[in-house]
Design a protein around this ligand. Sequence first.
Ligand SMILES: [Zn+2]
Length: 346
Amino acid sequence: MSKLFIFLFFLLSFVVSGKPKNIEILVQKVSIDSLKRYEFTLASDEFGGRLTNSNVGLLTTNYISNRFKNSGLKAVLENGTSFYQKFQVDYKEPLLSKQQANKNLAIKLKTQDKAEYLAQNVIGVLLGQNTNAKHIVITAHHDHIGSDEDGIKYGADDNGSGISALIEISRIFGEAAKKHIHLKRTLVFISTDAEEKKLVGSDYYVNNPVLPINRTYCNVNLDMIGRVDSLHALNPNLSNYIYCIYQDSSKAVFNDSYLNQINNKYSALELDERYNKDDGNYKVSNLINRSDHYSFLKKGVPSIWLFSGFHDDYHQTTDTADKIRYPELKKRIQFVMALIWDLANN
Ligand SMILES: [Zn+2]
């Protein structure tokens, strides 16, 4: 054996062994161009505010399922033929009025009874090496609030940012798997629907999981991770942060020292834990039920919500793709990837 061959053998065994080196390479693959492509599609006029139970909702889930397919994720619904988990949404508010629907021909009014199966989570699975190990569920919601007389609520941050992250992470881990770089645990990627209708999609999932809920190691939820809030906007040096929101009951998996250990190794964000301190305005109890991780928490699954904070464009027509802070979004995704990698290999 030549020395070169021995060197290549050791290099190869290092690369496939799941050691940190892999993730250092993988996080470099997060692409701002890709993130912009996803964001400018999801938050476009054509996608019309991604209302649950509408044809723009279907356009959205079709787009995401195609991305999951390209990433090499496995469809596990309907005997492995579908990425869609359909469910009924019980609306307590009217769908688009005829007048609003006429304003935008792309949005065709559906009747309530015909619309009942149109809400759907998009679920794709990346099998881990150890299928007996507990799995990890990564969630982000794709639905937003559609449009009204003020115009389209684009929802670029809420939650085009989380979906862009979900797609990008699936792409990079999926491509790695094609090159035989695997994680130990299985990852279940879920783009949830009807989050804006009080977490209906994630609630449906935890009661109808594709893998047993008591074999779920943890949930990582991404909702609004693309902007810089007023608490961090004044000083440009402070823009690289993320809020980590979790409850004491999740501390066996998610805690300050563990998260900082990952962050110090692979990313250099400020992990802002102010919402976890039960003092002043920043009580964890104020935010803990505001996104899909809460459905998992209620089932006893350790859960974390990664979040970059509220802003004036929240649920307005001005939450647009051009306002996303792409370099910050990229760094946050790199942190999330490193976190998932570590969780999935331990
Ligand atoms: Zn949201």
